[in-house]
Structures are given as structure tokens and as C-alpha cells.
Design a protein around this ligand. Structure first.
Ligand code: UDP
Length: 359
């Protein structure tokens, strides 16, 4: 089959890296990069480190509001899909690129495969939630990372075929774990010791776009007594600068700001951290894979299993709750929640059987 895969941002490069090579062994894949994340730190490095094939098309569409970005991507993808006439379009996760890819395909009468289907935060103020819900309802084949995702889709009565495949990010995490572990000595470069620091990331619109919330975030990060390594997302850096808050963070003696890191550096830091303090979906999960506790700076999460098993605590931007969460003992159980590291193979075999679905 001829398959157009649409990717656009950092987590999608990681997810596509897990699937692309296996997919190409059986099908012809045309990788289309919308351009949502375009700089080296958020894009190129993942192609180099994770062996993601170089995109065949780069649309160069970034910036603007979610609506404007999605609509420009949709218009460009309509042309790509019209020209390539693929048998199906494969999309990942919950970004504007996901929605634009799914909609362009559905409107052209082409089957949509959604990897990481069924995730819900039940918070429709999040652009990502809107993207997920609409994409799932447009999809022909919905490939879920967890049983909770399957159950969510059953409740919503989606029309497509739903399958539990596991989490493709877990595949990459397993694959890269030995290399990340070998690099523990690199921690000295960030001035930290194993188990003696917190790895933090923050970039969700709800935390960084409102200056008052951003001030709470700075307050929380600077209240932690342990060293905090903070690979700073460009969006967050820009918002901190606009709000005049970057200086407070830069001058905090415990906060070590770094540029966004490559996958390996990030994993190396994550695996040896005392805790991961984050508003990222991917980082919550990766903390779980590495059996490192997560403290999530949101009031809900799609990855509910991590909370139910006690490995993740939702603190929103409540400083005291975050400090208390850091003191919690580790849970004694660590069940395998997101598959056995072979989710990508299941994605490919589900795709290969799609012609039998009569799409
Ligand atoms: N990540 C990285 N370097 C960083 C921060 C994150 O490689 O400096 C990786 C990490 O593996 C994480 C993934 O990017 O799981 C997703 O990141 P992001 O927080 O951008 O997206 P989200 O998961 O919130 O959609």
C-alpha cells in the first residue's frame, strides 16, 4: 500500500521513528513533515538520533493560532493527498498536524489510521483534546496504547475499528534504554548526580500563555530545594521573556536551564532523576517506563494509569502539593501498562490487514 504519514512535532518524530522502518519493510511510505516544529533542537536531532527517515515533503507551516495553523496545514495537505493519492493516511497523537492530516484524508475519501487513539483528558479547553476527539471520529483504524483508551472509544461509539497495540513510545524507550544508561557519566555535564535532581519540562498553553499561571510555574520551580534541570521549550522561553520572568528563573541558584535536549540526553537525565516534574504527556509516560516518579503540573491527565498506580501525582501549579509529592515513597508495584515494546509491529500488522476491512 502507499501510505502518507503526517508528522509535525517532537513527540511525533519519536512515535514515527518507532514505526517507519517496520512500515517501510511492507509498504511504501511518504513522510510529510508539516513544519509545526522546524528548528534543529525540536526536529532535526530526532531524525539523526532515532533513525527516522528524512521527510519526503516539508510543508514549512508553523506559527499562528491553532485554527490558522490547522487550516493552512489542511489546505497544503489537501494538495499533497490529491497528488499522491495514497491508500491511507497515518497520523500520530493529538497535534494540529494530526487533525489536519486526518481531515484532509477523510475529505478525500481516504482511510485514516490514528496511532495513540482514544486518549482523553476530558478537558475540551485543551487544543490537543479537540484534535484527538475529532481525529478519532474521522479514523478508519484506531490503534490504542492502553485499555483505558479502548474503553474511552467504546463509550464514544466511534465508527472505525479499534485495536489495542500498546504504546509506540514504549518501544523506543526500551530500544534506547541501554544507550541512555551507558551515558550516566554525562550527568556531571549538567552538574547533577544520579537521584539528586529533578528533571522539569513545561510548555502546555494552559501553563505558559497566561502570565499569572507562568508566575506560579516560576514560583514552583524555584521553590524546589534539589537542583532542577529545565530543558526550556522555545514557546516557554518566549513567554517567560514577554512576561519579564526569565531573569527570575535564570538567577535561581537551583535551576539549571538548558536548551531543548535530544532524545538520548533527555532520557539519560530522566532515567536518573529523583522525579520528573512536567506538563508533557510524553514525559509522564517516559517517567513511568523508567520507574521514576512523575509530578504533573496539570489538574488532569490522559495517562490515568500512571496516577492510579501511584507513579504520578497531579499537582497543577500548586507549589506545596509539588513539594509534598517529592517526599512520597515509591510505590512497590510497577505493572507493565503500555505494552511489551512491540507496539510498532502491531501497528504495521493492523495496517497491513486494513484492506481486509474493506476501507
Ligand atoms: N523530549 C526531548 N527533549 C526535551 C524534552 C522532551 O527529547 O528537551 C522528548 C521526550 O522524549 C518527550 C517528548 O519529547 O517524551 C515529547 O515531548 P513534548 O513534551 O514536547 O510533547 P508532549 O508529550 O507534551 O505532547
Amino acid at each position: 500500500m502507499r501510505i502518507v504519514t503526517v508528522i509535525g512535532n517532537r513527540p511525533q518524530f519519536i512515535k514515527a521513528a518507532a514505526v517507519s522502518q517496520l512500515l517501510r519493510a511492507e509498504h511504501s511510505e511518504i513522510l510529510v513533515h508539516t513544519g509545526q516544529h522546524y528548528d534543529d533542537e525540536l526536529s532535526e536531532i530526532f531524525i539523526r538520533e532515532l533513525g527516522l527517515p528524512r521527510p519526503d515533503r516539508e510543508l514549512g507551516i508553523a506559527g499562528g493560532t491553532n485554527t490558522s495553523q490547522t487550516s493552512r496545514q489542511l489546505a497544503a495537505l489537501e494538495l499533497v493527498v490529491g497528488e499522491i493519492t495514497p491508500d491511507l493516511v497515518l497520523v500520530y497523537g493529538d497535534t494540529n498536524s494530526t487533525l489536519a492530516g486526518a481531515l484532509a484524508a477523510a475529505q478525500a475519501g481516504i482511510a485514516v489510521v490514528h496511532v495513540e487513539a482514544g486518549m482523553r483528558s476530558f478537558d475540551r479547553t485543551m487544543a490537543e483534546e479537540v484534535n484527538r476527539v475529532v481525529t478519532d471520529h474521522l479514523s478508519t483504524l484506531l490503534l490504542c496504547p492502553s485499555q483505558v483508551a479502548v474503553d474511552n472509544l467504546a463509550r464514544e461509539g466511534v465508527l472505525g475499528t479499534v485495536e489495542l497495540v500498546g504504546d509506540v513510545m514504549a518501544d523506543i524507550a526500551r530500544l534506547m534504554a541501554p544507550r541512555a544508561r551507558e551515558r550516566t557519566q554525562a550527568l556531571a555535564g549538567w552538574g547533577v548526580e544520579p537521584g539528586g535532581y529533578v528533571l522539569a519540562t513545561a510548555h502546555r498553553a494552559a501553563n505558559v500563555d497566561d502570565p499569572q499561571r507562568l508566575a506560579l510555574l516560576v514560583d514552583l520551580l524555584t521553590a524546589i530545594e534539589l537542583p532542577v534541570v529545565l530543558p526550556l521549550h522555545p514557546r516557554t522561553r518566549a513567554r517567560l521573556e514577554q512576561a519579564g520572568l526569565l531573569g527570575a528563573l535564570e538567577s535561581a541558584p537551583t535551576v539549571e536551564i538548558t536548551p531543548p535536549l535530544g532524545y538520548l540526553d533527555f532520557r539519560t537525565l530522566l532515567c536518573s532523576a529523583r522525579a520528573v516534574l512536567t506538563d508533557s504527556g510524553g514525559a509522564q509516560k517516559e517517567a513511568y517506563f523508567a520507574a521514576v516518579p512523575a509530578i504533573t503540573m496539570r489538574d488532569r491527565t490522559e495517562w490515568v494509569e500512571t496516577v492510579e498506580t501511584g507513579w504520578n501525582v497531579l499537582v497543577d501549579l500548586d507549589k506545596d502539593a509539588a513539594l509534598a509529592a517529592l517526599e512520597r515513597p515509591l510505590p512497590s508495584e510497577h505493572p507493565e501498562l503500555y505494552g511489551d515494546g512491540h507496539a510498532a509491529a502491531r501497528v504495521v500488522s493492523a495496517i497491513s490487514s486494513i484492506s481486509a476491512l474493506g476501507s
